[in-house]
Design a protein around this ligand. Sequence first.
Ligand SMILES: *[C@@H]1O[C@H](CO)[C@@H](O)[C@H](O)[C@H]1NC(C)=O
Ligand SMILES: *[C@@H]1O[C@H](CO)[C@@H](O)[C@H](O)[C@H]1NC(C)=O
Ligand SMILES: *[C@@H]1O[C@H](CO)[C@@H](O)[C@H](O)[C@H]1NC(C)=O
Ligand SMILES: *[C@@H]1O[C@H](CO)[C@@H](O)[C@H](O)[C@H]1NC(C)=O
Ligand SMILES: *[C@@H]1O[C@H](CO)[C@@H](O)[C@H](O)[C@H]1NC(C)=O
Length: 453
Amino acid sequence: MKERLKPKIRKPRNLFSESKKVTVSLLSVFLLFIIVNTFFYPSFYSDSGSIRRNPVVSRENPGKSHKTRVYMYDLPTNFTYGLIEQHGVARGGEKSDDVTGLKYPGHQHMHEWYLFSDLNRPENERVGSPIVRVLDPAEADLFYVSAFSSLSLIVNSGRPGKSGSGYSDDDMEESLVGWLENQEWWRRNNGRDHVIVAEDPNALKRVMDRVKNAVLLVADFGRLTADQRSLVKDVIIPCSGRIDAYEGELGVKKRNTLLFFMRNRSRKDGGRVQDLLFKLLEKEDDVVIKHGTQSGENRRVAKQWMHTSKFCLHTDGDASSGCRLFDSIASLCIPVIVSDGIELPFEDVIDYRKFSVFLRSDVALKPGFLVKKLRKVKPEKILKYQMAMKEVRRYFNYTHPNGSVNEIWRQVTQKVPLIKLMINREKRMIKRESIEPQCSCLCSNQTRIIHGV
Ligand SMILES: *[C@@H]1O[C@H](CO)[C@@H](O)[C@H](O)[C@H]1NC(C)=O
Ligand SMILES: *[C@@H]1O[C@H](CO)[C@@H](O)[C@H](O)[C@H]1NC(C)=O
Ligand SMILES: *[C@@H]1O[C@H](CO)[C@@H](O)[C@H](O)[C@H]1NC(C)=O
Ligand SMILES: *[C@@H]1O[C@H](CO)[C@@H](O)[C@H](O)[C@H]1NC(C)=O
Ligand SMILES: *[C@@H]1O[C@H](CO)[C@@H](O)[C@H](O)[C@H]1NC(C)=O
């Protein structure tokens, strides 16, 4: 370097020997570098804690695509197609010779099927996807665990023991985590670079502590503890709506009902506000309240009213009522959200206040307040809300080619730098005994496994 800075005026005969010197010294520096790296710092290149040869500075390979590389585990079929079979058998169906031909039963937790199917599609059909599937785990940035954890919960629903299927969700959960903990890729980073789908609030509940390091795809945080969940590492995903999109004319002409409210009479928790609202609203004649759980007939009723009401009420509680929020967006029925702690998907890009009315539950429960407020909303404002919903509804549509599936992968992709940070940081951390939770990275209670000591 120094030579280059020298003034240009040099005696010509010196030029040759000068450049020779430079070449020789550069060569020796290079040789020294190779020797030192090969013999003295082998760990720079082969970190005992990792399987891939990781450089000190990890950088995206400039020649390759910038897409996040996802490896989908080839899970034993009893965590995927086998569950579809079990679900069928519990309902009087036959065992199948080739389970991979089975059709996933339609229900509100079909997201796990759509994500799985998306990764199974040939790469050339996955145009516009923010991720690329890799078949070699050593190339992966992230690992996708495609177990149908939500379907597992309803295999036997309403069909206890005697149905003969003998299926147990608890066994499935234990066996899945046991399988994962046997994978070297899982053990490498303690599951941090894994993505696990558990949309139903009860999915994987039993083993959540053992998979909590992973990026969890969940509907809400209601039943997760403070050290299991975090908006920083997890992704809130919509449940798959079951109601057809409203394609008619916008505005209020075809919407004569002020407020539609589908109430789940059988719910146990989170239902207090719903019960009180029901008592307040049942007397109003421009409010329609229906009772019912998910069923074909109730869907027909819900569609009819969601397509003809200006507002649709959504109260706190279970995931099923959460689905109704996405059904009302598909119906362009303005959501009225009375659910103080609700988590909503894609909030980094979607401002829900542009098409929803949020009300604190204590305010919503003041007699007369809610209907008075809604009746005052001008038709122009309603039209504005409807147009905003029309713009965002693809985000909640799993069958849209640029819908929920791509958006979920986009969210997952954004976690990658953070996951890398946590992995590197965790490997050098010394375990400290502390009662206080550690929240500098993610809240944890110091029970992590220490690597690389
Ligand atoms: C699922 O399959 C694996 C591997 O074939 C097996 O070890 C496990 O016991 C099975 N789990 C259940 C719940 O059937
Ligand atoms: C920390 O969490 C683990 C499981 O994640 C739990 O078993 C343990 O009791 C917790 N410890 C404390 C001190 O809270
Ligand atoms: C109704 O509530 C019950 C009990 O909480 C719950 O199991 C069911 O999934 C709910 N159904 C709907 C459609 O909200
Ligand atoms: C979802 O998208 C598909 C494909 O664009 C469309 O046919 C369907 O009507 C949409 N459904 C909803 C509920 O928006
Ligand atoms: C899909 O959606 C994303 C943002 O949500 C957008 O950037 C992208 O251009 C869309 N792709 C297509 C093919 O419409």
